[in-house]
Unconditional design. Sequence first.
Length: 125
Amino acid sequence: MLSFASGLSPNSDAFAVFVTEKYEYKDENNLLSKDVAHKVNLFLKSLKAKNKGEEINSVDISSQKKCFIIKVKNNHNNSYFEEIGGIFFTYIKRFKNINSVDIYADSLNEKKDNLIKLFSEFIFG
């Protein structure tokens, strides 16, 4: 089950953060604890150093929780979010122990109206 997070659920198995091509994200609402943000930032730093081309990566935050990093292209076509949503769904199916994922849509630096449009396409994918 996917849910859009206004807060990260302690019961979810994973959460997804959206980053730019430069591996940057925003956390204005401080949904990520300092410890979790630190782990995510270290992982992003290593991805940036390796210059990995994958759009989706993951890191274990704890033995019970995983973080998915979804890299969003700066210039994308109209169906991009639908495509990346489909890729993400296929990616998470590999993890048999993940039954619920919180989607942290606000980590993407977009206006609220545009976020709603983009993430309805993401879920459709």
